[in-house]
Design a protein around this ligand. Structure first.
Ligand code: SF4
Length: 375
């Protein structure tokens, strides 16, 4: 493309050409990755706080959401949070990832009672408090709690160095009858884009991403990459794009669907790098346990959060590889694994001065976690 970003039509064409032979696309993605990101690949050493997994919505692929009677229910008390924060510190974690279902209190009396017992009226209020506990103890909060309002995000901005919200896909077709988001109004792409834009107006670094292989066409996925690119062009606040491959889960409506073929997944990862050469692009290593290091050669530069102590509650069937084994696999592929904060170095200027100085105390010259904090 002679250094120029491709148009949507050009990207459709690149995809179609890559279907026959992806080698040229992959080579270009690898080149752009090395040009823009060097030979470092990052991860965030995290603790996963499964604050409450009741959820107002139902997505056909989700195994995270619980019903009140299920054994996987999680409703953390302030004491549970404090305890886990301390364990996280002991294990040298730097990120406190707070995850909840979508506005559980709108649907479940159990959630309203839990909030009341802990002294809060809404999940968002509790999240602000939980974030304060984590921050005070030296962990940096990153919250992923669905479609927060602008006011709620503004509150969380005081303690969270970044927030997360997956776009999943930008086409409304996936919300139609029989599609994965039929019973999940919060996954309506217009609603999600609005939240990402609100975060842009507030100057909050956002992690977002796409779920690949849930019934979309490759062209719809390309449109979705452009939807994220457009938000980033307008507000500059998208710090990271996760490309997550769908994995069927036994207790879900999509249990008999197949995950995306690796070649399709890799082609779209490579194309994302072409469309957004400077973006931080992540794939979760636990969802491609055998082949994850192969994605380094198609454009990724990050593995997302990896926890040495808590499971991936969103994908409990897929344990994270050990940080040591990821480091070894990266080294074998010629890359250096580095721990980052839940805010990428180039987005540190977005966070308030208190958060910024706390991060700087623990950061090296590159804005990554100093080695001494990980020993
Ligand atoms: S993916 Fe999120 S919004 Fe959908 S059911 Fe699961 S917890 Fe709820």
């Amino acid at each position: 493309m002679g250094g120029r970003e491709p148009s949507t039509d050009e990207s459709y064409q690149i995809y179609q050409d890559a279907e026959k032979d992806p080698s040229e696309l992959c080579k270009a993605a690898e080149f752009l990755r090395n040009e823009n990101k060097g030979r470092k690949v990052t991860y965030s050493r995290k603790v996963f706080f499964n604050l409450i997994n009741l959820c107002r919505d139902t997505c056909s692929y989700c195994t995270y959401k619980s019903e009140p009677t299920q054994t996987k229910i999680s409703m953390m008390s302030k004491y549970d949070i404090q305890n886990l924060v301390e364990i996280g510190r002991k294990y040298k974690c730097t990120e406190a990832l707070f995850v909840t279902g979508e506005r559980p209190e709108q649907k479940y009396q159990e959630a309203r009672t839990w909030l009341k017992q802990n002294g809060f009226a809404s999940t968002a209020e509790y999240l602000a408090h939980a974030s304060e506990i984590a921050l005070t103890a030296g962990l940096f909060p990153h919250t992923n709690a669905g479609n927060l309002t602008k006011a709620e995000m503004n509150e969380l901005k005081k303690t969270n160095v970044s927030l997360g919200l997956m776009l999943e896909n930008s086409v409304e077709r996936l919300s139609e009858k029989g599609m994965p988001h039929e019973f999940a109004p919060s996954k309506n792409p217009k609603a999600r884009i609005k939240v990402l834009e609100n975060a842009g107006e507030l100057g909050i670094p956002m992690t977002t991403g796409l779920l690949i292989g849930i019934g979309e066409s490759p062209f719809e996925l390309i449109d979705s990459i452009y939807a994220i690119r457009d938000i980033h062009k307008k507000f500059g606040n998208i710090q990271e794009l996760i490309l997550q491959n769908f994995q069927p889960k036994p207790d879900t409506a999509m249990k008999n669907n197949q995950g995306p073929h690796e070649r399709y997944f890799k082609t779209l990862v490579a194309l994302t790098r072409i469309i957004m050469p400077k973006m931080n692009i992540q794939i979760p290593p636990n969802l491609s346990p055998i082949s994850y290091s192969g994605f380094l050669s198609v454009g990724i530069n990050d593995w997302g959060g990896i926890s040495p102590i808590t499971p991936d509650y969103v994908n409990p069937e897929f344990p994270w590889p050990s940080i040591e084994s990821v480091e070894k696999n990266c080294a074998n592929a010629g890359f250096e694994l580095r721990a980052r904060f839940p805010v990428y170095p180039e987005f540190l200027s977005y966070v308030n001065s208190d958060l910024k100085s706390r991060v700087m105390e623990m950061a090296d010259f590159d804005g990554l976690v100093k080695g001494e904090y990980l020993k």
